[in-house]
Design a protein around this ligand. Structure first.
Ligand SMILES: NC(=O)c1ccc[n+]([C@@H]2O[C@H](COP(=O)([O-])OP(=O)(O)OC[C@H]3O[C@@H](n4cnc5c(N)ncnc54)[C@H](OP(=O)(O)O)[C@@H]3O)[C@@H](O)[C@H]2O)c1
Length: 283
């Protein structure tokens, strides 16, 4: 016997299966359901602590926390149709990727006890504190189920709005893809061995992290000192990056995008301000 919350995982695809495994490994009585029974049978064969349910309602009835891990919004609505009143009094954690707008519709259907989650680290790290999960929804609901959510990874509550996790998910995507676009451009410019380039880039990341923290404070305060160079100075630097790229036959899509943003800031009168002012211009 355990006093850990019993959980249900509905949908045992790539994400749902590792979520169910992590919850079971943490000692939660775990029941899972999947539309295609063979997939569920494979999971239970690999992790016998997971109990297979024949229907979504059977799984939910066995649990206080019900995790949705089906493919999309339509499938999540279909599950809510099928579950009907079974979810009353239970917490529903929706890990399905949706937009902020559509998760609010799901939240309204469930009523109290709804949390929207965004799995930010793929499937490989689930169950490890290195896996990041973002949650949006009622803070009291989050606090009540946080011990369960910690079994999946680091749980960050990012807002009372159920759409918050989805919004932050896309905002983090902008950061990650922006950073990777810069890395890919640099790698194309420098050429092999890219592993050596990556080594130097990784050593430089603490500086980048420091700048990011400074910009956060500047954006919150609405003041943009040009201590590390003005927007106008960076326009010149990016023009050099574009020229160096052209000279080496490297496409200029990435510097062109950077230049467009910086020039927009100059046009808005921020040429002498620091780079953090770009966020204000974009807003
Ligand atoms: N995989 C990741 O790394 C990751 C990371 C972050 C977020 N997500 C999000 O998590 C969700 C699940 O992703 P996944 O990678 O696990 O996808 P997946 O491997 O394709 O699995 C999809 C799951 O949804 C079920 N499903 C699809 N349509 C259904 C329906 N109409 N009714 C009931 N069940 C249905 C599938 O059941 P069957 O087995 O019967 O087809 C399967 O269990 C997606 O919204 C995805 O964007 C995934």
């Amino acid at each position: 016997m355990t006093d850990l919350e019993p959980v249900a995982v509905l949908g045992t695809g790539a994400l749902g299966s590792v979520v169910a495994r992590a919850l079971a490994a943490a000692g939660h009585p775990t029941t899972a359901w999947n539309r295609t029974p063979a997939r569920l049978a494979d999971l239970v064969a690999a992790e016998p602590a997971i109990r297979a349910a024949g229907t979504p309602a059977e799984a939910a009835t066995a649990a206080t926390v019900v995790v949705l891990a089906v493919a999309d919004d339509d499938a999540a609505h279909h599950l809510l149709d099928v579950l009907g009143g079974t979810i009353a009094g239970r917490t529903v954690v929706n890990l399905v990727s949706t937009t902020p707008e559509s998760t609010r519709v799901l939240a309204a259907r469930v009523g109290s006890g709804y949390l929207d989650g965004a799995a930010m680290s793929g499937t490989r790290l689930v169950g490890d504190p290195a896996a990041l999960f973002l949650y949006g929804g009622d803070p009291g609901t989050f606090a009540a189920v946080e011990p369960v959510l910690r079994a999946l990874g680091t749980a960050q509550h990012v807002g009372a709005d159920p759409g918050a996790a989805s919004l932050w998910d896309t905002a983090l995507l902008a950061v990650i893809l922006g950073a990777l676009a810069g890395f890919h451009h640099g790698a194309a410019l420098v050429g092999a061995p890219v592993a050596r380039f990556a080594e130097v880039v990784l050593g430089h990341l603490p500086f980048v992290a420091d700048v990011l923290g400074q910009h956060a404070g500047q954006i919150d305060a609405g003041r943009y000192p040009a201590d590390d160079g003005s927007v106008a100075v960076f326009v010149g630097a990016v023009e050099q990056l574009a020229a160096a790229s052209v000279a080496r036959g490297v496409a200029t899509d990435v510097p062109d995008a950077l230049l467009a943003v910086l020039q927009r800031a100059v046009a808005a009168g921020h040429g002498d301000a620091g780079l953090g002012s770009v966020a204000e211009v974009l807003r």
